[in-house]
Design a protein around this ligand. Structure first.
Ligand SMILES: [Mg+2]
Ligand SMILES: [Zn+2]
Length: 447
């Protein structure tokens, strides 16, 4: 297929790249679904059957066990709709969505429309490989009944996204996070982003789970969540975006792409099946990769390169577009190494990525490094079940961090604890950039 002609639009000022598990949500969605099993947990023979690095094989064993027990895909979905979100993440994602140019939004909608056509019924075992090679999660969203008909957030007008942010910038960084993001969240403390921005997801979850979760509050499943889910903040999954018990906007359509492992509902068993993102088969979204750092099913760096070349071909990004990568896990290191000076990698404090970046001497990674020392154990184990401990190896390639000759981290490292931290950081950056622009304009007028 010939590449699309570049669009006559200004490239994004910032492109956000989000991991999903333990980043957007405060859990691992793949293991969260164990709770859907009869009695609330899996038998040990299934739960303990993971043999690294075949996580996809493990997931399919879990999912087929659930199907055999009469747990439908809809039951799994309901379980996912109450997964806790990371405090402040919904506010962050909504703030980015509100700065996403209409043209970019149209791309996301087009992806959703195309995929809903491709898999109009969950029961249809359509090959997940899309013509463009990616497997947008919106595909999966649409493959679940009713998803395509759900109300989407109103598109932002060009006036809206081109205008200065509505809310006053003023809250000091971290103020919202200081209280754990507890109840009464006001949607970001009035922090607003400036300039055109958009987001994509790079996740080792799958193309059904992610949109189910992103759109949960819109379906009513998670609308019960009222608070922002900080520790001790009371009931709720942190997904209530507006304070109170109102349903929040569906968010899957707000992303340019969701790059993950394709999943579908099997027509006869009615169970969910997951396919590796990278693989030789027709259901895989992309061909096998050759990266030694990553598990065979997904190299986020390979996927990121493809995404960036597609976005650049569409005129959505340029070399001046700042990339901000937000993640927590070991498989987020590989894409972080793709970032350049001027880009930003944001590792979650206390999780594996932070420790790996600190070990590589990434600028800024020392902040909160004491907490990062807990990564790989304790309550911040994150994806250790999938990738093993940080101490064991960085990933399947077995390379240890901090060795001579290893690829350096070129991006600035900004650790975060919750979405409020990230939103405050970005709002502060954007406000400073706007002051700079005004100063330049004033100087030009004086000349
Ligand atoms: Mg993660
Ligand atoms: Zn890789």
């Amino acid at each position: 297929m010939a590449p699309e002609a570049p669009r006559a639009q200004t490239p994004l000022r910032r492109l956000w790249l989000f991991d999903f598990d333990w980043t957007v949500v405060n859990e691992n969605s793949d293991t969260w679904i164990h709770r859907a099993a009869p009695g609330g947990s899996l038998p040990a023979a299934v739960a303990d059957s993971y043999v690294a690095p075949d996580w996809i094989g493990y997931m399919n064993r879990v999912l087929s066990y659930l199907a055999e027990q009469g747990i439908s895909a809809e039951d799994v979905r309901k379980q996912l709709e109450i997964i806790p979100w990371t405090p402040g993440m919904r506010q962050l994602l909504e703030a980015i969505r509100d700065r996403t140019p209409v043209d970019a939004g149209a791309l996301a909608s087009a992806a959703a429309a195309a995929s809903s056509t491709a898999s109009s019924a969950a029961a249809t075992p359509t090959p997940a490989a899309e013509s463009d090679g990616s497997a947008p999660a919106t595909t999966a969203s649409s493959s679940c009944e009713g998803a395509a008909q759900r109300p989407q957030p109103p598109p932002c007008s060009p006036e809206h996204w081109a205008a200065p942010g509505a809310g006053p910038f003023g809250s000091p960084c971290g103020s919202a996070a200081a209280d754990g993001g507890g109840g009464g969240d006001d949607g970001g403390g009035g922090l607003a982003l400036r300039g055109s921005q958009a987001a994509a997801i790079l996740s080792d979850a799958n193309s059904l789970f992610i949109p189910w979760i992103l759109d949960a509050a819109a379906t009513g499943g998670a609308a019960v969540a009222a608070s922002d889910g900080g520790p001790g903040s009371g009931p709720g999954n942190g997904n209530g975006g507006k304070g109170g018990s109102m349903a929040a906007d569906p968010l899957s359509g707000a992303f340019l792409q969701v790059i993950t492992n394709p999943a579908h509902v099997h027509p006869s068993s009615r169970g969910i099946e997951v396919t590796p993102h990278h693989g030789p088969g027709p259901r895989s979204a992309a061909p096998p990769h050759a990266c030694r750092l990553c598990h065979a099913n997904l190299c986020k760096r390979t996927a990121l390169r493809k995404l960036l070349s597609e976005l650049q071909a569409r005129g959505l990004t340029s070399p001046a577009t700042q990339l901000v990568y937000v993640g927590d896990g070991k498989n987020d290191l590989c894409p972080a190494l793709e970032l350049r000076p001027g880009d930003v990698v944001m590792p979650r404090v206390g999780f594996a990525l932070h420790k790996l970046l600190a070990a590589r001497g990434a600028a800024g990674a020392a902040h909160g490094a004491a907490a990062a020392g807990t990564a790989g154990g304790g309550s911040k184990a994150g994806d250790d079940m999938v990738y093993g401990s940080v101490e064991g190896a960085t990933a399947a390639g077995g390379k240890r961090p901090g060795r001579e000759g290893e690829e350096a981290v070129r991006a600035t490292c900004v650790p975060w604890s919750d979405g409020h931290d990230i939103l405050a950081w970005a709002a502060k950056q954007d406000a400073a950039a706007e002051v700079e622009e005004l100063r330049d304009r004033a100087a030009a007028l004086r000349v």
